[in-house]
Ligand binder design. Structure first.
Ligand code: PCA
Length: 215
């Protein structure tokens, strides 16, 4: 059976109930349209995450990898288009490390594009009545790191690998002034499930649907 690896992150900074980790935990062991899901919660720790993600990719040998993380302030789930070989942390990781302009993988290429069919997934979300978009930067923190590393680890396979940034949930939004844009966790989970099933079923090139940005 086709296997998918779905990752999320644990707590960091003000994100105590990181929806990405909660969703990865819930999806672990489930089947989505004939795809067997291995869900992993990754630590917001630049050293540990490297080891854990490498171990997970080796153990699962996934055909699809959907990495997720929370991005407070995003209005809807965002399919990241590109991972860059840069760690330039705006806040320390949970072990207090703040690398500046260090590569994710020494000697690796400057960037990797997502191999998820990001336009097809955004279109599938839209048809299900759920907002989402393609984003052109995953930042330079842990989410970009795992996205780059997973693409690097899977570079010789035809696995579909990409990253989805999630907005916060309503409980986190009300704790912030002004409130952050939020989406209920059930909708976020549905969007992650759709991303997996569309990626597993999609054949060939991505759909030619516009999704660019001026800046
Ligand atoms: N979001 C952070 C790292 C962990 C998470 O959930 C990011 O966007 O890099």
């Amino acid at each position: 059976m086709t296997r998918a690896l779905v990752t999320g992150f644990g707590a960091y900074a003000d994100e105590n109930d990181n929806p990405s980790g909660l969703i990865a935990q819930r999806l672990n062991g489930q089947q989505i349209d004939g795809v067997e899901i291995a869900g992993r919660v990754l630590p917001v720790d630049t050293e540990l995450v490297h080891e854990m993600l490498t171990e997970a990719v080796d153990a699962v040998q996934p055909a699809v990898v959907v990495l997720t993380g929370v991005a407070p302030g995003r209005t809807a789930p965002a399919l990241e288009r590109v991972a860059i070989n840069v760690r330039d942390f705006p806040i320390p990781d949970t072990a207090g490390r703040s690398p500046i302009d260090e590569p994710v993988v020494g000697g690796g290429p400057p960037a990797y594009l997502s191999t998820l069919p990001v336009k097809a997934i955004a279109d599938g979300w839209r048809r299900a009545g759920l907002a989402g978009y393609v984003s052109n930067t995953a930042g330079t923190y842990l989410c970009n790191q795992v996205f780059y590393l997973a693409r690097h680890l899977c570079r010789a396979s035809d696995a579909r690998v990409g990253m989805v940034h999630l907005p916060v949930t309503p409980a986190r939004s009300v704790a912030s002034t002004p409130p952050l844009p939020s989406v209920p966790i059930a909708a976020l989970e549905h969007q992650v499930r759709l991303a997996v099933s569309i990626a597993a079923r999609h054949d060939g090139a991505d759909l030619p649907i516009g999704g660019g940005a001026i800046s």
